[in-house]
Design a protein around this ligand. Structure first.
Ligand SMILES: [Mg+2]
Length: 223
């Protein structure tokens, strides 16, 4: 935990907790490996493209739709790459893992009477694969996908349309996410209590935010 994160919020001031999925609750290594290695290998084999240039091409392609809803849309990628992306995701589902201390945080939040919401950019088909493997669906009062809202969480419109789907008091909501751009949009909308997860992937070193209270995992939030 960074210095500014000691007592990042007071539980008395929180009613609802919005939680991101990939990188926040679940190990982002699965997603990184999937897109940067598995899809690249599969595309390269299928289309007889040399792996190194294929990887560069793919990473540039991903970047072109970064921070948009298309990035999360499995049907878009299946069509664009000519691959069954949902089926490929299932093939490596053994790599889907929950981060340490998440289940303890759920227990604490429930004990304190807080409502938990999954607020994710994950496509419903990805969600089905992940929540099929990690059985956490029942802890959430509601699951909100950006596909339902029509905008990605990085976009201010996501937040301004969210109250149409779920009422909440932005002064009494805690939101935890590993992507600063997402936190920026939530902050601009006015969500008061924001926490950044600094270690989204078990395979990468933590990168702490300089703008938000930033923790490696949920352990410092269990108080
Ligand atoms: Mg995330």
């Amino acid at each position: 935990m960074t210095k500014q994160c000691i007592q990042p919020f007071s539980w008395e001031n929180i009613d609802r907790i919005f939680l991101d999925l990939d990188g926040t609750l679940l190990d982002k290594y699965y997603d990184d490996y999937f897109w940067e290695d598995y899809v690249v290998q599969t595309y390269s084999n299928k289309n007889q493209v040399e792996p190194k240039s294929c990887r560069e091409l793919m990473l540039a392609t991903y970047k072109s739709v970064e921070n948009t809803l298309q990035w999360t849309d499995l049907d878009y990628w299946s069509e664009r790459l000519g691959l069954d992306i949902a089926a490929l995701k299932k093939e490596i589902s053994h790599l889907i893992n929950i981060h340490p201390h998440v289940l303890d945080f759920f227990d604490l939040a429930k004990k304190r009477g807080k409502k938990l919401y999954l607020v994710t950019n994950a496509h419903p088909k990805t969600l089905a694969v992940k929540l099929g493997k990690i059985k956490i669906t029942d802890v959430f009062t509601k699951i909100i996908c950006s596909q339902d809202v029509g905008f990605a969480k990085e976009q201010l419109e996501f937040w301004s349309k969210l109250p149409d789907i779920q009422t909440f008091d932005k002064n009494r909501t805690l939101f935890v996410d590993d992507t600063e751009k997402v936190l920026d949009a939530a902050k601009e909308y006015g969500i008061k209590h924001l926490i950044h997860i600094a270690k989204p992937s078990s395979k990468l070193a933590p990168i702490f935010s300089r703008h938000y209270p930033s923790v490696k995992n949920f352990k410092p939030l269990i108080f």
